[in-house]
Design a protein around this ligand. Structure first.
Ligand code: SF4
Length: 158
């Protein structure tokens, strides 16, 4: 992967769209919490999507990376609003400290370039599809949600 060559963007989104032509598998969701285990090397999404059993949304079992694009709903100027909303919510358990995952995307990763190690600490727990009954996760995922709204929600929930 060379995200800086030619017309390719510098940044890749680590919560990407599996259907984009450049999309690669970032990692596999595993364990009870579905945390991402990162692949050592990128694998084109197109090569694995056909292996996901029918009836299972690919994002339920895999995380994808694709280009960070200017018309993304999460864009706030040049920044990614999604990782800003994610880091506004306190991390559960040990997520948010310790060593960062080994990750093939790092040199090109939008979140790494924007918020550094904090993005990597939060990254494994990020799910691309959120259960609709998890109100806080739905709010975090919604590009319309402001950081102030998130803070108000958390204050009200305490
Ligand atoms: S935030 Fe860190 S762990 Fe996640 S994809 Fe980017 S570089 Fe990899």
């Amino acid at each position: 992967m060379d995200g800086s060559a030619g017309r390719q963007p510098l940044n890749w989104c680590p919560s990407g769209d599996a259907s984009r032509p450049e999309s690669v598998v970032l990692g596999v969701r595993s364990g009870d919490q579905g945390e991402v285990v990162y692949l050592a090397d990128p694998v084109p999404a197109a090569e694995v999507l056909g292996s996901v059993p029918e009836g299972i949304a690919p994002h339920r079992v895999l995380r994808f990376a694709s280009h960070c694009v200017s018309d993304c709903a999460n864009r706030v100027g040049e920044a990614c609003g999604l990782i800003e909303r994610i880091r506004t919510v306190p991390a559960k358990s040990e997520a948010g400290s310790g060593a960062v995952p080994r990750c093939h995307l790092r040199p090109h990763c939008k979140w790494w370039n924007q918020v550094g190690v904090e993005g990597c600490h939060r990254c494994p727990a990020v799910v691309t599809l959120n259960p609709h009954d998890d109100e806080l996760n739905v709010l975090v995922a919604d590009p319309e949600t402001t950081l102030e709204q998130l803070e108000s929600w958390m204050a009200a929930a305490q």
